[in-house]
Ligand binder design. Structure first.
Ligand SMILES: *[C@@H]1O[C@H](CO)[C@@H](O)[C@H](O)[C@H]1NC(C)=O
Ligand SMILES: *[C@@H]1O[C@H](CO)[C@@H](O)[C@H](O)[C@H]1NC(C)=O
Ligand SMILES: *[C@@H]1O[C@H](CO)[C@@H](O)[C@H](O)[C@H]1NC(C)=O
Ligand SMILES: *[C@@H]1O[C@H](CO)[C@@H](O)[C@H](O)[C@H]1NC(C)=O
Ligand SMILES: *[C@@H]1O[C@H](CO)[C@@H](O)[C@H](O)[C@H]1NC(C)=O
Length: 693
């Protein structure tokens, strides 16, 4: 049987029949892409390429890139522009080989799109869409994603799932990767998309039933039961002509995404692909006949021996040169590890000229990554103790997995002796404080400010509630809010404070924070909590609305503390007098009032009285009314804050109902409402105890 079958496979390794429906292709079949590449029957863009053996590699293991491969001419999906979408069927064999085992980045997708040149972003956007057009019905984009990262932003169910995406990356339907075993019992078996092994996928659309079904399996035997079915009429989504192909992307973490074979058919079942006749995955071992095995074995052994000798020498030389070698545990860590040389080159050798700023944790330099030319900000933190470095770095990996449009994304890191270098996205418009304080050259109008405030609130909410474990920021303030090129507010430095703790001696907890933003209970207990973040956010709200720092040293004594000043004016009913004069009176009164009142509520000395970030976000979105403020922020005896109970207790006991629209007046003082305790406002405690500033 062999010769004839082989001949047939060979002959059919590329055919695109263009007979049935005139000049439009209806039946594509690629058993490997070598011939297709030679004949120009596949169009590549991004970093996609076809290797010598005919394997299509959409991305390699370099982060934040994407690759596309499309059949060059469009496929006719409808018999008339207004008609229904014909049935179609496609099947492909793919493999995802991640840079680090168990951590994929980000995924690949089969795409049908009105345009071949997708104006898209990498990372969580999978090279399909960009931040501006997600969800827009003029995209005319249909995709089936094989996603290996859980993105909370798009509501992903896990980091190993398939999803049906219509004009958006929020999947219409998704399922954990699995398949039904053949046979009547059809047990569901889990499948790991990023196992590095060849897997096959089938996507079928039935125009009669209007159902899309997706099936995956580790072999070329198609399970009878699909893992995902979704009833949808594709007619409004598809145009008459659509391009078909693949897209993949990498992010902070990266995988090589391969496609070894693909078949596609309109009005019929896609021709079967035979995994065994496809080109092998690069790096996969090929089977050799026994006669040559010995020879190959010996030569491989020689190469390995020579290789390991060279490797050892290199390793020893590197160890001697700089104690900066990669240790085994570091390989298990997620975010991209840069070499010191790379970062040194990126920042021109950490020249003063590239210095962007100097924060509590170290100096920040502007840099341009030598290969990709991507602009980044490099933060250099010196870390005295070697002890705790491992925790330090594992913390980084968890920070690196936090993804939200209002957080400054960590791109990677590097360790050099006692120094730790953190590489972040570059924020074109710098930090917010330079637009607010000290007679700035440019300021932001109210619309821009409220946009920033809402962004920061949702970023902080994500840190508190959106991730597996809540992350306390610990240092929310205007100078930690950065503005990207579209003036979106993005929180920087999150998680760093906790990182820093790993370096200090156990037992002496360093209180991290900034005077004026530090909740009064924090120095007392040494513990930051979600509610101490809310306190700092309150100070931030007031500074954005009033355009002045929470504590002004130059101002007269009664103006020293912004929150007290706002409270005084609020009681007198003329709080709008305090609105930043740089706004020249142009602002939305309702919004400013809401921000000021929220600022007061969040600044309450008593952690139990502060709202949660979820409430704050709902108020800012206008979903809930902001109640009148009845308690003086420092009406509670600050010196007692935090006594006895842990802050988690405070948060849980916060009466969430008091923020409900129906009972908006119930935010009532339940303590001594006099202002005698004004003198015990935060600073008196902080200056006495806080190790901050
Ligand atoms: C595929 O490539 C062959 C060989 O160059 C060419 O003749 C054929 O027209 C191509 N098919 C399509 C549908 O473009
Ligand atoms: C990935 O591809 C890009 C572009 O072709 C290249 O610059 C980069 O060096 C490649 N990375 C790896 C790890 O091969
Ligand atoms: C959708 O995209 C079209 C074309 O790019 C644009 O004109 C329209 O404003 C977008 N709609 C929304 C809601 O963003
Ligand atoms: C799913 O698809 C429909 C179009 O049929 C669309 O209106 C809807 O917004 C999509 N998204 C989700 C999350 O259901
Ligand atoms: C189905 O399950 C039953 C009970 O577990 C078993 O006896 C039977 O052999 C199974 N049939 C197949 C086809 O696997």
């Amino acid at each position: 049987m062999a010769p004839l079958t082989l001949l047939l496979i060979f002959l059919s390794s590329f055919t695109a029949s263009s007979s049935a429906a005139g000049e439009y292709p209806t039946d594509l079949f690629f058993s490997g892409f070598r011939r297709a590449a030679a004949a120009g029957n596949i169009t590549l863009s991004g970093i996609a390429e076809i290797d010598g053996r005919g394997v299509l590699r959409l991305t390699n293991e370099t982060g934040r890139l994407m690759g596309h491969a499309f059949y060059p001419s469009p496929v006719r999906f409808k018999s008339s522009p207004g008609g229904g979408v014909s049935s179609f069927s496609t099947s492909f064999v793919f493999a995802v080989v991640p840079e680090y085992p168990k951590l994929g980045g980000h995924g690949l997708a089969f795409v049908a799109s009105a345009a071949r040149d997708l104006r898209a972003l990498p990372s969580q956007y999978l090279g399909l869409l960009n931040a501006g057009d997600v969800g827009n019905f003029s995209n005319h984009l249909f995709a089936v994603e094989l996603d290996t990262v859980q993105d909370f932003e798009f509501g992903d169910i896990n980091d190993n799932h398939i999803g049906i995406d219509i004009n958006s990356l929020v999947s219409n339907a998704s399922a954990a990767a699995a398949y039904y075993a053949a046979g009547e019992n059809s047990t569901k078996l889990d499948l790991n998309l990023k196992s590095g092994k060849a897997l096959q996928a089938w996507i079928d659309y039935d125009s009669g039933e209007k159902v899309i079904s997706v099936t995956i399996a580790p072999s070329s035997v198609k399970p009878t039961k699909p893992i995902l079915s979704y009833k949808v009429d594709l007619s409004p989504i598809f145009r008459e002509f659509m391009y078909v192909g693949f897209s993949a992307s990498t992010g902070l973490l990266a995988s090589s995404h391969y496609v070894m074979g693909w078949s596609f058919r309109i009005d019929g079942a896609a021709r079967a692909l035979e995994i065994s006749s496809l080109p092998p995955l690069p790096g996969a071992r090929k089977k050799h006949p026994p006669s040559t095995a010995l020879a190959i074995g010996i030569s491989v052994l020689c190469v390995v021996l020579a290789g390991s000798a060279v490797f050892l020498v290199v390793l020893i030389v590197r160890r001697i040169k700089n104690a900066d070698g990669v240790e085994e545990w570091e390989l298990e860590i997620g975010p991209h590890r840069f070499s010191y040389q790379e970062l040194k080159k990126a920042t021109n050798g950490f020249k003063e000229k590239e210095l962007l700023g100097q924060g509590g944790f170290g100096k920040v330099y502007r840099g341009t990554l030598p290969n990709s030319k991507i602009q980044v900000a490099v933060k250099r933190i010196s870390h005295e103790s070697k002890q705790g470095l491992r925790e330090f770095v594992s913390e980084i990996s968890s920070i690196g997995r936090l993804r939200h449009r209002n957080l400054v994304q960590l791109v990677g890191w590097c360790r050099k002796r006692g120094d730790l270098l953190l590489v972040y996205e570059y924020m074109a418009n710098g930090s917010l404080d330079k637009y607010l304080f000290d007679e700035p050259q440019v300021t932001l109008d109210w619309e821009q400010r409220i946009h920033v405030v809402k962004g920061v609130a949702s970023g902080l909410l994500y840190l508190h509630e959106g991730y597996e474990q809540s992350v306390i920021h610990r240092d929310v303030k205007a100078s930690n809010v950065l503005l990207d090129d579209e003036l979106n507010g993005r929180l920087g430095d999150f998680g760093l404070a906790r990182l820093y703790d790993h370096g200090s001696n156990p037992g002496t907890t360093r209180v991290v924070g900034t005077l004026g933003y530090l909740a009064p209970e924090t120095p007392r207990t040494g513990k930051a909590s979600m509610s101490s973040d809310v306190f700092a956010f309150g100070a931030f709200l007031l500074e954005v609305a009033c355009g002045r720092r929470p504590i002004e040293h130059e101002a007269g004594p009664e103006e020293l503390v912004l929150v007290d000043l706002v409270w005084e004016r609020y009681k007198e009913g003329r709080v709008l007098d305090l609105v930043d004069p740089k706004l020249k009176g142009e602002f939305n009164e309702g919004e400013v009032m809401a921000v000021l009142k929220l600022g007061l509520l969040c600044s309450n000395c008593n952690p139990m009285e502060r709202p949660t970030m979820r409430h704050v976000v709902r108020c800012l979105d206008g979903e809930l009314d902001v109640p009148e403020v009845a308690t003086a922020p420092s009406g509670f005896d600050c010196t007692r804050a935090g006594e006895g109970s842990r802050f988690e207790d405070f948060r849980l006991s916060f009466p969430s109902s008091c923020f409900d629209k129906r009972s908006s007046s119930s935010f009532v003082a339940n303590r001594d409402n006099s202002f005698a305790s004004l003198s015990t406002s935060p600073i008196s405690i902080l200056t006495g105890r806080g190790d901050s500033g």
